[in-house]
Write a protein that binds this ligand. Structure first.
Ligand SMILES: *[C@@H]1O[C@H](CO)[C@@H](O)[C@H](O)[C@H]1NC(C)=O
Ligand SMILES: *[C@@H]1O[C@H](CO)[C@@H](O)[C@H](O)[C@H]1NC(C)=O
Ligand SMILES: *[C@@H]1O[C@H](CO)[C@@H](O)[C@H](O)[C@H]1NC(C)=O
Ligand SMILES: *[C@@H]1O[C@H](CO)[C@@H](O)[C@H](O)[C@H]1NC(C)=O
Ligand SMILES: *[C@@H]1O[C@H](CO)[C@@H](O)[C@H](O)[C@H]1NC(C)=O
Ligand SMILES: *[C@@H]1O[C@H](CO)[C@@H](O)[C@H](O)[C@H]1NC(C)=O
Ligand SMILES: *[C@@H]1O[C@H](CO)[C@@H](O)[C@H](O)[C@H]1NC(C)=O
Length: 553
């Protein structure tokens, strides 16, 4: 009885705590006060108030682990000094964080107002404001994913909205205790990520193979991107590792007008037509200040050099126009003298649209054999220079090729003369054993050189195809071991079964193929035997190698 009472009390207490603490939604007449939280549908994330030495913050964290890991903070720079925060949603759909005297500490904003707004915390960790009535996934009046803190959760974007100019980027906490923005970063290629470009947005997003909310990447206050993974659903221990960045993944490592190629040494090189701005720094391995153009640009007289296989430079100062084609794009770039590069914008459908870069080109990476095209502005004199170098390179190549072709032909002719003479001698000796006329057409010389064996010779060599001599069974028939009596040579005989369906043509092709591919170290084809329906191939026998391997593949 006592136990039962205890259970009931516990139950009441528990439901009181959870009922009082956890909300599903925030609506205009239901706000969230200190001590309450908003929980995502399956309980992965929780929105609520937390404290640090600086004061109180509104944030989102993983719900399950005991150690609270905050992934998003609303009032990063403006902590509540008293412990009496209140999160309200007004009738327009704007979220506001109020202090005890109803002063606004932080607020969201929207470009349009809602009739029946509701705030929810999604299972992805995204706090969104939606229209209650016209329920439409993805159509948010506001979402916290647009305002990343230091953590990138799957589905978040890092990039730019080209229409509104809106930038998504991570910024670290100033210290472990202070969520105020520290270092900003645009980790363009932190991990396997997707590059998305349409007429509205250009961004990177990432998904992991085992897509779940159990991972996040964090830009820590020392500027290192770290990946956090909850160990096998054990929410008490977290695996933490720096994301394996290679040198070229470091933002702007090589400076402006360069490209970074991880297989080269050094990894940084100037774009063609550009030279190191500070050659002494550059040659000592400090590439951070990059390259500058060789000759001053001449605006409308300038030309563009096509580069392929690149990761595009930082697009923060780019513009896009999806109605322009590549030709119009070039023209547009040419007329704007500060335009440094252009390309076709939609990489998915073979290229439509126009993407223009203004100012320095930063963070280009060589991605061959993948990557994208980029047309970089050059002064006409530089292009002429490059052309000249290219022509001389091509000239050298052509000279080399011509001489090797001539040499090759000479060797071929000599070889042919030698072969013909040898063949003539051989033909005389082998005349009787050659293929029957119906297997020889179109002058297939290879066949002429292949000796024919009598059926009787092969039968006696293999003990009349005794099962003791059988080495194995291939797709087209059995293979026997045998000994040619006159030469005392061991042979392997592939006897093509009558039901194999291998007709004369296939047989001929196989013989030709083997004859062509014949290599000393492989099984040597000694000859063949054709009599009536019998078709056999006779190979050299290799005692220590698995013949099956060679014959059956
Ligand atoms: C509440 O916020 C307002 C506006 O930021 C500020 O003037 C006021 O002092 C704050 N009240 C308290 C108790 O911190
Ligand atoms: C929301 O407010 C921020 C800062 O106050 C501003 O930069 C941004 O443009 C606003 N967004 C909209 C959609 O009004
Ligand atoms: C940032 O991450 C690196 C690599 O994991 C680690 O060595 C460093 O201590 C971290 N810095 C902070 C402030 O946590
Ligand atoms: C590279 O050069 C820049 C500019 O001169 C300088 O600020 C920076 O400290 C140098 N970096 C290294 C690693 O020497
Ligand atoms: C974009 O333009 C701003 C302002 O001119 C400049 O500070 C910034 O460095 C530029 N970014 C790039 C990637 O060129
Ligand atoms: C895109 O280019 C076309 C043709 O030049 C022009 O009419 C249109 O206004 C441009 N659109 C934008 C958004 O700049
Ligand atoms: C880097 O340079 C090497 C040699 O120039 C080239 O073969 C390779 O395709 C380039 N790109 C990458 C991504 O390695």
């Amino acid at each position: 009885m006592e136990g039962f009472l205890g259970f009931v009390i516990c139950l009441i207490l528990f439901s009181f705590i959870s009922g009082a603490a956890a909300l599903d939604t925030i609506v205009p007449d239901k706000s969230m006060k200190n001590g309450e939280t908003l929980v995502s549908p399956k309980g992965s994330f929780e929105l609520g108030f937390f404290r640090s030495s600086k004061g109180q913050y509104l944030g989102i964290w993983y719900k399950k682990p005991r150690t609270r890991t905050v992934v998003w903070v609303a009032n990063r720079e403006n902590p509540l000094s008293d412990g009496e925060g209140l999160l309200v949603l007004d009738s327009e759909g704007i979220l506001a964080l109020l202090n005890s005297t109803k002063g606004v500490i932080w607020s969201s904003n929207t470009s349009r107002s809602a009739e029946t707004p509701v705030a929810r915390l999604l299972e992805s960790g995204n706090l969104v404001v939606q229209e209650e009535k016209i329920y439409n996934e993805e159509d948010y009046l506001w979402q916290s994913f647009d305002y990343p803190s230091d953590s990138l959760l799957p589905g978040m974007k890092v990039g730019k909205n080209l229409k509104t100019g809106f930038d998504w980027f991570l910024s670290s906490w100033r210290s472990t205790d202070d969520p105020a923005p520290g270092r900003p970063a645009k980790p363009n290629s932190i991990i396997s990520s997707q590059y998305v470009l349409n007429d509205v947005e250009v961004y990177y997003t990432y998904e992991l193979a085992a897509s779940s909310v159990e991972t996040r990447t964090v830009l820590n206050s020392s500027g290192v991107v770290e990946l956090f993974v909850w160990r096998n659903g054990n929410h008490d221990s977290e695996l933490r590792m720096p994301v394996a960045l290679d040198t070229c993944d470091k933002y702007a490592y090589c400076g402006k007008f360069t490209k970074c190629n991880i297989t080269n040494s050094p990894v940084c090189s100037c774009l063609e037509g550009y030279s190191p701005q500070f050659p002494i720094d550059w040659s000592s391995g400090n590439w951070s200040r990059g390259c500058v153009r060789d000759a001053p640009w001449d605006c409308e007289k300038d030309v563009f050099l096509k580069h392929t296989g690149l990761k595009w430079p930082d697009t923060s100062n780019s513009t896009v126009n999806m109605t322009m084609n590549l030709k119009e794009c070039k023209q547009m770039c040419l007329t704007k003298c500060s335009c440094t590069a252009y390309t076709d914008a939609d990489v998915r459908d073979g290229g439509t649209g126009c993407l223009l870069w203004f100012g320095d080109l930063i963070d280009i990476r060589d991605l061959t054999p993948g990557g994208q095209d980029l047309y970089v502005r050059l002064a006409p004199s530089d292009m002429a220079h490059l052309d000249k170098r290219k022509r001389s390179r091509e000239m050298k190549k052509a000279t080399f090729m011509v001489s090797s072709v001539i040499l090759g032909m000479l060797i071929l002719i000599l070889g042919l003369v030698f072969c013909i003479r040898k063949e003539k001698r051989r033909k005389e000796g082998l005349k009787k054993r050659h293929f029957r006329k119906d297997y020889m057409n179109d002058g297939e010389e290879e066949l002429m050189l292949l000796p024919m064996f009598d059926f009787e010779t092969i039968a006696s060599a293999t003990n009349n195809f005794s099962s003791n001599n059988k080495l194995g069974q291939g797709g087209f028939g059995p293979v026997y071991k045998g000994t040619l009596l006159e030469k005392e040579q061991d042979i392997a005989v592939k006897r093509l079964s009558r039901s194999s369906g291998q007709g004369h043509q296939e047989f001929k092709n196989e013989v030709i193929l083997i004859a062509k591919l014949q290599h000393r170290n492989l099984v040597k084809l000694l000859g063949c035997c054709i009599e009536g329906d019998e078709k056999m191939l006779i190979y050299e026998y290799l005692p220590n190698k698995s013949l099956d391997y060679f014959i059956f593949g």
